[in-house]
Design a binder for this molecule. Structure first.
Ligand code: ZN
Length: 247
């Protein structure tokens, strides 16, 4: 049975402040628990775990990570609290075939920047403006069942230039009321592993309650599933004998 692990830093939702209260209004038990619940019907036949930074071994001990086929990542204020040693283990597993879905402010996470090798910076603005998401590649598996365009009434703006490498395949593009545009849904492959980044998902707004967004996430997770399970990261085998006789 394919195994999905939803990792959340789970700090905004536990904050004592009014900001924390606002996050709990939409995600009372945290974004990870909410996503696990709403994505379950869409991902029938998969095991879905929800884990967080405050758990032992930051939620990802070997016994969890080594069973994970697709890792979903939501982080924002605690990127630095993720140990480099954990990032090494995740990277190795992605090279071996594990999928990675990076959400919203995870663009600055250690693991996303490690995998892409670029700054992954962007422009941002938090005034609750309208976002319109467009499907750029209707043939892509992640776009199946997603309206060709849909609106998110209130969002945090993420705008270009987005510091990602040019091998990213753009599946979704967003326009914002304030005039900015953004490559809001992009795929990559690193080693044997597939990566999907999706921008909408600010913690104080009910964006993950949107059915079109939920469909994108479920499709993204399915698309990132390794075709043949997760194996060892590729190595450099020394080829002692040629396949064809060499004269
Ligand atoms: Zn945000």
């Amino acid at each position: 049975m394919p195994s999905i692990t939803i990792w959340n830093e789970f700090m905004h939702e536990q904050a004592e402040s009014d900001y924390g209260k606002l996050c709990r209004k939409h995600y009372p038990k945290g974004i990870h628990a909410y996503l696990r619940r709403v994505l379950r019907p869409e991902l029938e036949g998969c095991t879905i775990r929800a884990v967080s930074l405050d758990m032992p071994e930051n939620g990802l001990p070997d016994k969890v990570l080594n069973k994970t086929d697709v890792l979903v990542w939501w982080g924002h204020m605690a990127h630095d609290k993720v140990p480099d040693e954990l990032v090494d283990r995740i990277q190795k597993r992605i090279f071996g075939g594990m999928g990675l879905v990076v959400l919203h402010s995870g663009h600055m996470s250690k693991i996303f920047r490690r995998m892409l090798g670029t700054p992954c910076t962007l422009r941002w603005r938090e005034i609750g403006e309208r976002e319109r998401v467009w499907v750029c590649d209707p043939a892509h598996p992640i776009a199946q069942g997603v309206p060709e365009t849909f609106a998110i009434e209130q969002t945090e703006m993420y705008g270009e230039p987005f510091g990602i490498p040019n091998d990213g395949h753009v599946v979704f593009m967003s326009w914002y009321a304030g005039g900015n545009v953004f490559r809001s849904g992009v795929t990559f492959q690193r080693g044997l592993g597939k990566i999907f980044y999706f921008a909408p998902g600010h913690e104080t707004l009910p964006i993950y309650h949107n059915p079109a967004v939920q469909r994108v996430l479920a499709n993204g997770i399915r698309w990132c599933m390794p075709a043949n399970g997760v194996g060892d990261a590729p190595v450099c085998p020394h080829e002692r004998e040629p396949f064809e006789p060499v004269k």
